[in-house]
Design a binder for this molecule. Structure first.
Ligand SMILES: [Zn+2]
Length: 293
């Protein structure tokens, strides 16, 4: 979630991890209420997301190692937004993992504004050192963490972290239960629906999905979010093909949109930008039969 800069870094105080499944824990890092994952193995532990700043990252690490009783082996950032990745400087001596395209968000104008608002120098905040192109796996001893990139969705560089056996999937902001999906300049409405399709393929009955923000979800909730994204994408694509402007698409009498106006307009803008970026031209000669869904 939030792409808005914070006013100032806020100490976590005492980090509290709660257990989701054997070897899998969850904490919430303020001020943006980011869900932080912890997976504990016999040989070490792994954090999922680094928190919103250096001090929060250090507190998360201390709490994680105290709970696990084993050294931290790695930290994975689900994407390059400040609230998930600005804590990376607390992990200089362990493996830091992200997608290879996560760096653009971590170095982009929104990150610069967030760092300035928090009194941080963006140039001193590290990016993940290990950068995955598609998939990865870390064996912690008795438990593994599988990492996967399902294409451009919330950002260009989203990573999903799954713990098979425990049936927990940490989705980062590809899934969101604190509010509607958060679009910014890197988001792809088209890709996002596809990414949730792929994520759904990891789930079994009883699987838990930890979103970037908000309560833990189940496969039904992921399905609802996938449908909302797919409906918005399908309708926006149809409107584009008809030659409608973004305003005309939003106001079209036969279209119903799944979110509030601001979110929907950002979704439509993402769809139109993606189609224009591919050089797609409207086909005004198509018969107007109504939306495809
Ligand atoms: Zn985000």
């Amino acid at each position: 979630m939030p792409e808005q800069p914070v006013a100032a870094p806020v100490s976590l105080g005492t980090v509290e991890f709660t257990q989701l499944r054997p070897r899998v824990y969850l904490a919430v890092a303020q001020p943006a209420a980011v869900n932080i994952g912890l997976v504990t193995g016999d040989d070490g532990c792994l954090l999922i997301d680094a928190g919103p700043g250096p001090s929060q990252g250090a507190e998360l690490r201390a709490a994680a190692e105290a709970l696990a009783g084993t050294p931290l082996r790695a930290v994975v950032v689900t994407h390059g937004h400040w609230d998930h990745a600005f804590g990376l400087s607390a992990f200089a001596d362990v493996e830091t993992i992200g997608h290879e395209d996560s760096v653009s968000a971590l170095r982009g104008p929104e990150a610069l504004a967030a760092a300035a608002a928090a009194g941080l120098d963006l140039a001193t905040l590290p990016a993940p050192a290990t950068r995955l192109a598609s998939i990865g796996l870390r064996d912690l001893g008795g438990v593994v963490v599988e990492l996967a990139h399902f294409g451009r969705a919330h950002t260009r560089g989203d990573l999903i972290a799954a713990v098979p056996g425990a049936e927990v999937v940490f989705a980062g902001d590809v899934a969101e239960t604190a509010g509607p999906p958060q679009f910014d300049s890197e988001s792809s409405l088209e890709g996002w629906a596809k990414a949730l399709d792929a994520l759904a393929g990891l789930l079994r009955p009883g699987s838990l999905v930890v979103p970037g923000h908000g309560p833990v979800a189940d496969s039904d909730e992921v399905g609802r979010q996938r449908v909302a994204l797919a409906v918005c994408w399908g309708q926006a694509e149809w409107a584009f093909w008809q030659g409608l402007t973004e305003d005309e698409a939003y106001g079209h009498s036969t279209l119903e949109w799944p979110w509030d106006e601001a979110t929907t307009r950002r979704g439509i803008a993402s769809a139109y930008a993606g189609l224009r970026g591919r050089g797609v031209k409207p086909k005004r000669h198509l018969p107007v039969l109504g939306p495809p869904l």
